[in-house]
Design a protein around this ligand. Structure first.
Ligand code: NAD
Length: 337
């Protein structure tokens, strides 16, 4: 088996705990891998770098193309620009893909949830263009470009087609943001009409879309939306299937891909050894499929599906009492059977 080189960014908060558990599971599943561990976030500053996203980290991803990343804390209202926003913009990781599915053994009011959120990852209100016009009046610019809107729409339709998905629903607020969300819609509609008439297509104003999501999420298939909406709707959807501990994600560009959970650094539980590593492990499964290690990916997925279905070893967010490592050990035991 060819040896893979994968960049590992432990991040901060619960990041080092959950990524080291994921690393153990990946190795136990038999991946031949060299990890290139690089810092990001507060850790990078502590190590003497002058940016939360050091050039060394960026260059490692540019060189090796694939990274598994833990979450990183972003100070509220001050400080450095978010590591995540920098990473996605600098590496042009324009598509965030977040599968949200019901899992056997995790009880929620919903069953049969199986949707994919495709979030535009590089512009919108995350462009970071904010100005103080006069004291007491500030603006934050929402950027939408035809290039980025078309690129994400095409990505979503291609993804849906390849994965045998039936329908794309665009969440928008073009009734209010007529130009920016209007452009997003126009581009999605054009890609649908000109390139992918095989997929069903729908447009829903996001407030009503959120209501529909909580009424009957099983009706949703692929959801396509701009940056901020995708951020908010991801956490909402996580709540439908058991929480942030069970929703993975990927940030995909034409030249590189970074795999990370939807959740953040969870400072409230960091360092306690109780975080659920599953979302990062599921992100690693997405990564393994991306690098064509499908057999290993399926082994890990079967192992966690079995552990969850048995319900004996669950972390606290899922109603159990297992710690991060105990859960990873249970997965590893299944892999070795
Ligand atoms: P969060 O996702 O860190 O936590 C929200 C809640 O979910 C908390 O109660 C937390 O304990 C729980 N939770 C999250 N992940 C969990 C896990 N794996 N296991 C068990 N419980 C889990 O969101 P937040 O508190 O709003 O943000 C904390 C920090 O993370 C902020 O600085 C934010 O900017 C950052 N953040 C980073 C990323 C990223 O690096 N990709 C993503 C989101 C938020």
């Amino acid at each position: 088996m060819a040896k893979h080189t994968i960049v590992l960014i432990p991040g901060d908060g619960i990041g080092p705990e959950v990524t080291s558990a994921a690393k153990r599971v990946i190795e136990a599943a038999g991946l031949s891998v060299e990890w290139i561990e690089v810092p990001a976030g507060a850790v990078a500053i502590e190590q003497g770098f002058d940016n939360v996203l050091p050039d060394q980290t960026l260059n490692a991803i540019k060189t090796h193309k694939i990274a598994l990343k833990g979450p990183v804390t972003t100070p509220v209202g001050k400080g450095f620009k978010s590591v995540n926003v920098q990473l996605r913009q600098k590496l042009n990781l324009y598509a965030a893909v977040r599968p949200v599915r019901s899992l056997a053994g995790i009880k929620t009011p919903y069953s049969n949830v199986d949707m994919i959120i495709v979030r535009e990852n590089t512009e919108g209100l995350y462009s970071g263009i904010e100005n103080e016009i006069v004291p007491g009046v500030v603006t934050s610019l929402k950027v939408a470009s035809e290039l980025a809107c078309t690129r994400i729409a095409r990505y979503a339709f291609r993804y849906a087609t390849r994965r045998n998905r039936k329908k794309i629903t665009v969440f928008h607020k073009a009734n209010i943001m007529k130009l920016s969300d209007g452009l997003f819609l126009k581009c999605a509609r054009r890609i649908y009409e000109e390139e992918y008439p095989n997929i069903l297509y729908d447009e829903v104003i996001i407030d009503a879309g959120c209501m529909k999501l909580v009424q009957d999420p099983a009706k949703m298939d692929v959801l396509l939306m701009e940056n901020l909406y995708g951020d908010l709707v991801s956490d909402l959807c996580a709540g439908l299937v058991g929480g942030l501990g069970v929703v993975p994600g990927s940030n995909i560009g034409d030249d590189a891909a970074v795999f990370e959970a939807v959740h953040g650094s969870a400072p409230d539980i960091a360092g306690k050894g109780i975080a659920n590593p599953l979302a990062v492990i599921m992100s690693a499964v997405m990564m393994l499929n991306h690098i064509h290690e499908e057999t290993i990916a399926t082994k890990i997925r079967t192992a966690y599906d079995n552990v969850l279905a048995e319900g004996k070893v669950l972390t606290r967010d899922l109603g159990g009492s297992a710690g991060t490592n105990e859960f990873a050990d249970a997965l590893i035991a299944k892999l070795q059977k």
